[in-house]
Design a protein. Structure first.
Length: 381
């Protein structure tokens, strides 16, 4: 789950990371009022779940309160990477002397949180990693001990030769690490960490991604969720207890089990197609889930063909067949459907489907090939 910059900054502030004063505005008048309250200059910053807001024109320096109002007018309602800006953060502008990158991610290979720090911050860290990898220090943390003082100092000195700055940076690393662990993050970063001309460090941008599997024990984080800034189909799916991720292809996939869903997407690609989504209807036997899944998938105008791939274990294939019949009776499909099912109650399922004018196969390769061909405009078999 993504949270906004202003929310991440509030959490980081709670762990002792220096953050410029800031408040949220949803109208230009509010932005102006905040600028008057704080004094200028201020930054007006789009709050959307997308990186590179600066380049997209969503981060503006404002010399006066009137300027803040004007910039907020331009930014509110603007689209960044397909997401509409509904809130801006109005925050005191900081004088920039240097810009560093400081981040932690969960590294699956090392099975540890790993710090990545670089004095070449501000811009794309991906570009720094690709072109000048020597400018990044990677430091894995042993979670049994936490981030040790000498490790934090090592990163501090990697960023700043000056001992006072290095010490400040080390303290910020400790705060970032504590916030990362306490919030169940998969990623937490400060980019840029600014060094001011007067020798202070301050976090000008903050980003946190919380591992969805941690949400059960972080009600405080769940409360930060902003559904208005998420992909609507993903919100709908989550509220129906479906695991769904929207993708850019045209073969809509309905599968039970995450492993089979991954394998199905691989096979779609293998046969030259592009999946429109990842969708796991789960292991339960519930026709309602199929109805919801079909509603969500068919709402995507890119979908040219729907592919069901069900391996019946705990999931009863007859329940899935009933779900398909119910859903398509209520909302007749405008795109072809290819059904592959096998396993528990498959004879009953096949009969339900054929009685209702569907064809189904038990062969996964065959079904995927057919779905890919249909999505490409081939005729239905
Ligand atoms: P991002 O583009 O989404 O990563 O947004 P950031 O918050 O990182 O802002 C992008 C860039 O705007 C930064 O790298 C800075 O160069 C600039 N910027 C952001 N905040 C300030 C500020 O307080 N003062 C000044 N002078 N520049 C800022
Ligand atoms: Mn940034």
């Amino acid at each position: 789950m993504n949270i906004h910059e202003y929310q991440a900054k509030e959490i980081l502030r709670g762990f002792g990371v220096p953050i410029p004063l800031g408040k949220i505005a949803t109208t230009p008048a509010e932005a102006e009022a905040i600028a008057k309250e704080y004094g200028v200059p201020v930054m007006v910053k789009a709050q959307v779940h997308a990186g590179g807001r600066g380049k997209a024109g969503g981060v503006k320096f404002c010399k006066t309160a009137a300027d803040a109002k004007e910039k907020a007018t331009a930014i509110l309602g603007m689209k960044i990477k397909g997401l509409t800006v509904e809130k801006v953060l109005v925050t005191l502008a900081v004088d920039i002397g240097s810009e560093a990158y400081v981040g932690i991610i969960v590294d699956r290979q090392r099975k540890k949180p790993v710090f990545m720090v670089s004095a070449a911050g501000g811009i794309d860290i991906e570009q720094v990693a690709a072109e000048t990898p020597e400018k990044i220090l990677y430091l894995p943390v042993d979670t049994r001990y936490g981030l040790r003082a000498y490790e934090a100092m090592r990163m501090g000195f990697f960023l700043y030769p000056d001992v006072k700055l290095a010490k400040q940076a080390a303290k910020i690393m400790q705060g970032l690490y504590a916030a990362f662990m306490a919030s169940g993050c998969s990623l937490a970063e400060i980019n840029p960490l600014v060094g001011t001309p007067t020798g202070e460090l301050i976090a000008v941008d903050g980003k946190m991604v919380v591992d969805d599997n941690e949400l059960d024990r972080h009600a405080d984080i769940v409360a930060l969720r902003d559904e208005s800034s998420e992909e609507p189909s993903e919100v709908d799916a989550r509220n129906c207890n479906l695991t769904f991720i929207k993708l850019d292809g045209d073969v809509g996939c309905v599968v039970n089990g995450a492993g089979l869903a991954m394998a199905t997407m691989d096979l779609v690609k293998y046969y030259g197609g592009e999946p429109a989504n990842f969708l796991d209807i789960g292991g339960s036997s519930n026709p309602e889930k199929v109805v919801n899944a079909l509603r969500i998938i068919t709402a995507d105008a890119n979908v040219k063909c729907i592919l069901f791939n069900i391996f019946g274990g705990i999931t009863r294939t007859d329940d899935v067949a009933n779900g398909i019949v119910t859903a398509t009776k209520a909302n007749p499909l405008k795109v072809p459907i290819v059904i592959r099912l096998t396993g528990t109650n498959e004879e009953i399922a096949m009969k339900i489907l054929t009685d209702n004018g569907f064809t189904a196969s038990k062969d996964m390769d065959e079904a995927v090939k057919k779905a890919v061909a249909m999505a490409k405009g081939g005729k239905s078999a």
